[in-house]
Each structure stands twice: as structure tokens, then as C-alpha cells.
Design a protein around this ligand. Structure first.
Ligand SMILES: [Zn+2]
Length: 279
């Protein structure tokens, strides 16, 4: 009988933009942006061979039109941007239960009081007071980057010492009478963790979507001109100011070696390689 095999329409498949998979996303461009990045344009670039910068698109004819069209097509094609978040949480499972909730400064202040309970209370409260305004302005900002390798090699302090807010509080608390640098005490709490998060494109602010588009255009242009620019692989950065729901947390791990920017970029060896979720 007709209709017996009828299936309910399903959600459109997730299409995830993963900066680490350059070959894959370069190959996909023709599926969504063939109408702006045309064969004629590619031939023109192959002939002229301009330097295809991401922060100066003057190498593209009618660049503002192409950028706007390309950004629209990119964010229409991909449903998620993959981002990595470095942290040193007390509980990894809370990310799977509640998602990424931005900077909860009240909770962080409580944790700060707990960690420094041996320091005179007045000093601890003074530091918290001085940061009250800052916590309001930064509330809810969540920082993710398009490559986990970049996090481990360039931004290891988030994994080694945790929240930048806690680090700033500890730095202002200074040193103990015996000379202990209070920042380093944060290394005794929590577990160095990289969260792999598939961020819904609509949670990524428009200006950052445009930045990603420029970076892809630059890579596409360098391929078309066969003229690679002499700069390393810097991944896109996503600053999300809304809660990211738990179903977006795709995976996590605990890296063994992390470059420590606060100790002369020496490797930090992490002995905590499993948590209550992955053990
Ligand atoms: Zn784990």
C-alpha cells in the first residue's frame, strides 16, 4: 500500500565547519558558493596572482559584495562551527548536564574564597570587590577556538590554571608572606580539559561569522593563485555570549603535555588523564 513506507521528515543533517579539516572545507566551497567564487574569478586570480590576505580583501573584485554573499552562503550551508574550549573544571560532568553557561562569577568567587581560605578574609574580599564591575561587563562570555592543538600550544594557561577570572583574582591577591605566588595555587584544583563543542551557527556573533568567511576566502584565494602567504595556521576564535546547550558538547579529553605560557613556554606534564566522565 502506498504510504506505508512514509517517513516523517527528519531534521536537516548537521553540517559542521571544522577548521582543522582544511581539505574538506575547501572542497565543499563549490557546493554553496559556486555562484560567487566562479570559474572566471578563479582564472582571473590564477593569472594576476595577488596576495590573498584575509584582513585586506582588495585582491577580490567587488569585495564587499562577494564577502556579504559568501558569508550568507557559508552560514546557510553549515549548521555548526566546531570550537574547542580550554578549562580546568572541578566537574566535567556539569558540562554534559548543563552545557557551557558562560562566566558564573558568583560561583567563581565562592571557589576563590574556598581556595584561599587561609588568606586574611579582608584581602580576599577586597580583591573580589575590585573585580565586581569587570564581572558584570564580561558576564556570559565564552571563548572557543577552532583548533585544539592551538589551545594546547598557545593558550595552555586556561587548561593549567583555569578560568581567566580566577587567575586575575589570584594575581591581584599577590603573594603570601612566605613568597607563594597565589596564581600557582590554582593548579591544585580541577582537571585540565579540552571540550569539543559543535556551536550552532546562530550563536556565533555576526562579526565573527564574517571573520571566518574572510579566512576561508583567503585560503581559497591562496589555492587559486598558488601563492601561499607566509603566516602560520591561526584558527578562528568564537566568543559566544549565550549559553551553549549540553547537546552541543560533542566530546572532551585531558591532554598530557601542555605548553605553559606562564613558565617560559615549557611543557607542563598533566598527570590527570581521566575524569568522572571518561574514566
Ligand atoms: Zn574526562
Amino acid at each position: 500500500m502506498q504510504g506505508s513506507n512514509f517517513k516523517q521528515p527528519t531534521e536537516p543533517a548537521h553540517k559542521i565547519f571544522d577548521w582543522r579539516k582544511r581539505r574538506s572545507w575547501l572542497a565543499c566551497i563549490r557546493h554553496y558558493a559556486g555562484h560567487v567564487l566562479t570559474t572566471e574569478l578563479r582564472q582571473h586570480l590564477a593569472q594576476e596572482r595577488p596576495e590573498c590576505w584575509s584582513d585586506n580583501l582588495s585582491w577580490l573584485p567587488d569585495s564587499s559584495y562577494i564577502l556579504a554573499e559568501f558569508t550568507g552562503s557559508l552560514t546557510g550551508y553549515y549548521t555548526h562551527f566546531k570550537g574547542f574550549h580550554g578549562c580546568r573544571p572541578m566537574s566535567v560532568s556539569s558540562y554534559y548536564e548543563h552545557g557551557l553557561l558562560g562566566q558564573k562569577s558568583d560561583l567563581l568567587c565562592d571557589l576563590f574564597r574556598q581556595i584561599f581560605s587561609d588568606v586574611p578574609k579582608e584581602d580576599v574580599e577586597n580583591v573580589i570587590m575590585r573585580f565586581a564591575d569587570r564581572s558584570n561587563s564580561e558576564r556570559g562570555a565564552m571563548w572557543l577556538v577552532g583548533s585544539d592543538t592551538f589551545l594546547v600550544e598557545q593558550c595552555g594557561h586556561y587548561l593549567i590554571q583555569g578560568s581567566e577570572y580566577l587567575m586575575a583574582l589570584a594575581a591581584h591577591l599577590g603573594r603570601s608572606p612566605s613568597g607563594e605566588d597565589y596564581r600557582f595555587r590554582l593548579r591544585q584544583y580541577g582537571i585540565p580539559t579540552i571540550l569539543e563543542v559543535d556551536i550552532p551557527v546562530k550563536l556565533v556573533p555576526g562579526a565573527q561569522q564574517v571573520e571566518v568567511a574572510k579566512m576561508i576566502l583567503s585560503e581559497w584565494g591562496q589555492l587559486a593563485t598558488r601563492r601561499a602567504l607566509p603566516f602560520g595556521d591561526t584558527p578562528p576564535c568564537y566568543v559566544v555570549r549565550q549559553d551553549i546547550p549540553p547537546e552541543c558538547v560533542h566530546d572532551h579529553y585531558h591532554p598530557e603535555r601542555i605548553i605553559d605560557p606562564h613558565r617560559g613556554h615549557r611543557p607542563y606534564v598533566n598527570a590527570l588523564l581521566s575524569c568522572e566522565v571518561c574514566c
